[in-house]
Design a protein around this ligand. Sequence first.
Ligand code: DX5
Ligand code: ZN
Length: 216
Amino acid sequence: MPRIVAPSMLSADFGHLDRDTRMVDRSAAEWVHIDVMDGVFVPNISFGFPVLKAIRKATAKCLDVHLMIVEPERYVERFVEAGADIVTFHLEASADPAHCAELIRRAGAKAGVSIKPATPVGALRDFLPLVDLVLVMSVEPGFGGQSFMPHALDKVRELRALSEELRPGLLIEVDGGISSHNARALYDAGADALVAGNAVFGAADPEAEIVNMLNA
Ligand code: DX5
Ligand code: ZN
């Protein structure tokens, strides 16, 4: 499976969003990860549609939108209209995950579902055939710069095995505390895409860190 890196724009310099998006655009990263937080599902607020649209203008790469919001079904279509290629909502935030995934796909994007560190992989069983991607959180969602929780490695292995049975071709993404130091273990466990915020934007040479992750 080809390896994917998804730099998280949450760690970009918002005073130079265009510059930082263009850096990702010319880098070896295939996806651009966009964290949307509502201050209710998580104790932090990030950004919404206007910022997503600005990022869309600065790159042709796959916009990977991670919604950390309650009642995601109310907004998923608007995120697709604003330029999202993948829309991922939290299993814990949706009263009807099957319906939410269907809305995303009908709007023309790939549908993803994410689980927090305390949510077991088994909770996804019924929904795996209905989604394109699962995002395994390796930190508590809400903030960049936290330490990686190693339990995520077991969850990726379990999910890869379950997907071979129920949803071959499922994309597995992992988010939180990832850098070139732990990327290899995650790819080996079965992850396709790794999100990295601080590791990329905090590096002296962000483009080199992306390459280091891909070659880890
Ligand atoms: C956290 C976000 C992450 C975050 C990752 O809630 O979902 O995408 O930006 O940042 P790092 O890589 O710094 O842990
Ligand atoms: Zn994220």
